[in-house]
Ligand binder design. Structure first.
Ligand code: NZQ
Ligand code: ZN
Length: 381
């Protein structure tokens, strides 16, 4: 088993009727004024916003609001929000939404004392201070509610990049799975694919001597699959929402990647290229297309790990056959599995590859060249 470090300071408050505790939880930290950050309005439709406002009011937490965070959130919007936050002298950010809202909150928080938020990305600058972040999660998918990463799109530079800092772990994340019953099926499926992708990006980098790490990761993958299957049948199944929600959190909070050398992340890098070039592509939809193709391309570099994965997650002895079963699973959730479904054609390859190469962080299992990316894209076409 390889050496590892584990650290995670986020306090999770999980379960039904937990959103009501947000005011008290913020007050505990002696915060008196927050900025509530949200997306396009789903939280007004499903009652989450009313619960949050009531709780803040009853704990006498002052708040201002900023709306309009978009899926695949942008640098331009984050800078607008940062200016608004500074003008309003807030002490912390309350992110209410899915990964996009939370990631934009983290970007504003980490970039609050810098000239430009974008300095965080590409590891140019490590923040020395940040605003505290509080989270009400409404979509389980990204794991951002309990990790130190954020992803932002710089549309002018055509870069969808990430940054990480221990300063942007949320102080508290409230996860009430019942509020996810209002998710469209597409977003529930996306949550499943993204969570599985996080588990796989780490798993495939592991050595086989990491029995506890691999087993924990496999059981989390199996749980994601069974619970998403249940939710496709019955979106109101609280037990399935809850089991899936926690699986999704631990898929990227460090717990299921112990001893896995930081993971592989090539499929994520390729996905980031797809959704910066076409922001209509949801993160998980890109992954659903790319991940099976990636495994097919790199299988021969590490067949033993892919074979173990296929056997223990899908009950199939061979990794390549297991990948086909996974692809059928994605299709059964109505997730796309070809680049054409995402609106890309072969003439887009040069631009996609330029974005992948600028981002870097690819090819840990097997070294990848421009020719390799063409082959992976062809397998996904
Ligand atoms: O606009 P709102 O009202 O928020 O509606 C959202 C949005 O339209 C809606 N939604 C959220 N909760 C809902 C709901 N609709 C009904 N009922 C609810 N309870 O769902 C839509 C998608 O939301 P979004 O936040 O964009 O989705 P997701 O959570 O998948 O986040 C995706 C972003 O996270 C990044 C992705 O790249 C992408 O930008 N990631 C962040 C990571 C991290 N920080 O660790 C890791 C991931 O690999 C990923 O890259
Ligand atoms: Zn992801």
């Amino acid at each position: 088993m390889d050496n590892f470090q584990y650290f995670n300071p986020t306090q999770v408050v999980f379960g039904k009727n937990t959103i009501e505790s947000i005011g008290k939880n913020i007050k505990k930290d002696k915060i008196t004024k927050v900025m509530l950050l949200a997306g396009s309005g789903s939280i007004k439709q499903n009652g989450v916003y009313d619960k949050v406002v009531k709780s803040l009011n009853s704990s006498q937490i002052e708040f201002v609001e900023y709306w309009g965070v978009r899926p695949n959130p942008t640098l331009v919007h984050a800078e607008e929000v940062k200016a608004f936050a500074k003008a309003n002298n807030i002490d912390g950010i309350l992110a209410v939404g899915g990964g996009s809202v939370i990631d934009e909150a983290k970007s504003i928080s980490g970039g609050y004392y810098l000239d430009s938020i974008w300095d965080l990305f590409g590891a140019k600058v490590q923040p020395k201070a940040a605003l505290p972040i509080y989270v009400i999660l409404t979509l389980s998918a990204t794991g951002t509610e309990m990790n130190s990463f954020a992803v932002l799109s710089n549309e002018d530079e055509k870069r969808k990049w990430s940054f990480g800092s221990p300063l942007v772990y949320p102080k508290i994340s409230i996860i009430d799975p019942s509020v996810q019953a209002t998710l469209p099926k597409r977003q529930t499926a996306n949550g499943g694919v993204d969570s599985l992708s996080h588990l796989m990006e780490n798993y495939f980098m592991s050595n086989l001597n990491n029995e506890i790490g691999l087993t924990l990761n496999e059981v989390t993958q199996r749980t994601v699959i069974s619970q998403i299957d249940n939710l496709m049948e019955n979106p109101n199944d609280y037990t399935a929402r809850a089991n899936f929600a926690w699986s999704s959190t631990i898929a990227l909070n460090g717990m299921t990647s112990i001893g896995m050398l930081g993971g592989e992340w090539t499929s994520h890098a390729i996905e980031h290229a797809l959704s910066i070039l076409n922001p209509e592509v949801a993160h998980a939809e890109g992954l659903s297309v790319i991940f099976p193709a990636f495994i097919n391309y790199v299988y021969d570099a590490k067949p033993e790990i892919f074979d173990r994965w296929a056997a223990n997650v899908y009950g199939i002895q061979n990794g390549l056959e297991g990948t086909e079963v996974m692809k059928s699973k994605f299709k059964s959730w109505s997730s796309p599995t070809t680049l054409r479904e995402l609106g890309f054609s072969k003439s887009d390859y040069p631009e996609i590859i330029k974005c992948i190469e600028e981002y870097g962080r690819t090819g840990r299992i097997k070294q990848l060249s421009e020719e390799s990316f063409i082959k992976i894209l062809d397998l996904a076409y």
